[in-house]
Write a protein that binds this ligand. Structure first.
Ligand code: SAH
Length: 351
């Protein structure tokens, strides 16, 4: 699916709320009740010509004045464990990735929020070539709609952990969250939505005011500023003390539990003393909060040269945290046979 020049001045209909769509329909001289019908079709991935309960004249008007952002399947990798990794192509040829994961409680899709990423984390493939552009709210929805259509299955959970930094695309991400949770739209419960950030403190503080009961995940990855800055340039802007103070305020304001992500890189941040330091740091800034750390053995990215900790090392790290009364989970490596770590397919495409 290629970008049509004519789309440039058309309305982005899939980014509209029900109220916005009603207004838009009125400007076309059509009755408001059409908005609900159109929305139903949109979330099922139909194009205008397929909207059979609309008069032909309306379908033609829509086609002239609006476009439906799409995510076209460019590659599809299926893992032995049922995980599906999609490489999607957007209207302008940009490629992004989503990962469809099956859990006992339902299907979850990991979506991208940007094409590329500006944050520069040392271990991450998504950022190798920087940011190309930010995604529209509709392009985040389109990933879910396309994956539901492709699998024929319902998606009941979403994690914003694919390519990009969600809080670097703040307004579009918030709009997407309002749309995806809306009963008029895909109606996915906020408690089944997680947003992961590398630690943009201004964004975390704004998010706390949005009244969206999603789960916030913080990519911490190190417990001292020297190590964290060497892995994540964002730490030079907002250090660990500032980040964890914002987490504390977020928790106090929203009452929502925060989950900390910690990528284990062999010899870099995975020793016994690192686990102790992590526990000390969390207690220093976040005492009184429920503390949960999600451990991720680093997925070796060809260009980066980092190696994951071995199983024994991961177990010992988790046990050291548990001994300090911090719950630690080790991320299940769904889809490890298909390069499911974010950014790897997109990066591979451009070589
Ligand atoms: N930009 C956001 C979300 C995208 S990345 C963020 O930084 O949180 C989702 C998670 O995967 C983050 O915790 C990120 O640090 C981690 N990650 C990135 N590359 C990885 C790799 N090669 N191995 C393991 N985890 C990785």
């Amino acid at each position: 699916m290629r970008h049509e020049e004519s789309n440039m001045d058309k309305a982005d209909i899939l980014s509209m709320t029900k109220a916005e769509l009603c207004d838009f329909i009125l400007t076309l001289g059509e009755p408001k009740f059409r908005a609900a019908q159109i929305m139903e079709w949109l979330i099922r991935g139909a194009d205008f010509s397929e909207m059979k309960n609309l008069p032909k004249t309306l379908r033609e008007k829509l086609d002239k004045t609006a476009f439906i952002a799409g995510a076209a399947v460019s590659r599809r990798l299926v893992s032995a464990d049922g995980t599906i990794k999609y490489l999607f192509e957007l209207y302008d040829g940009e490629k992004i990735e989503s990962v469809f994961m099956r859990y006992k409680h339902g299907n979850t899709l990991c979506i991208s929020t940007e094409a590329g990423c500006p944050m520069g984390c040392a271990f991450c493939a998504s950022t190798l070539r920087g940011l190309s552009r930010r995604l529209l709210p509709s392009e985040m929805l389109a990933q879910i709609i396309a994956a539901e259509k492709d699998t024929g299955e319902r998606i009941s959970g979403v994690v914003l952990m694919g390519i990009g930094e969600p809080l670097d695309n703040y307004d579009n991400v918030i709009k997407f969250l309002r749309l995806v949770g809306s009963p008029d739209g895909l109606n996915i419960g906020y408690r089944h939505i997680s947003l992961s950030t590398c630690g943009l403190v201004d964004g975390i503080r704004r998010l706390a005011e949005e009244n969206l009961p999603i789960t916030l995940s913080i990519s911490l990855h190190a417990a001292d500023d020297k190590t964290r800055s060497s892995l994540m340039p964002v730490n030079k802007r907002w250090n660990i003390a500032e980040l964890l103070a914002a987490c504390r305020d977020y928790f106090e304001k929203t009452g929502r539990r925060i989950s900390f992500e910690y990528t284990l890189v062999r010899g870099k941040n995975d020793g016994r003393q690192d686990a102790e330091k992590l526990a000390d740091t969390l207690y220093r800034y976040c005492a009184g909060m429920p503390l949960h750390v999600n451990l991720i053995p680093v997925n070796p990215v060809h260009e980066r040269g980092f190696q994951p900790s071995d199983r024994q090392g991961v177990r010992e790290f988790a046990a050291a945290l548990e001994a300090r009364r911090i719950t630690a989970t080790v991320r299940r490596r769904l889809g490890s046979d298909i390069d499911a770590s974010c950014g790897q397919l997109r990066a591979g495409e451009k070589e």
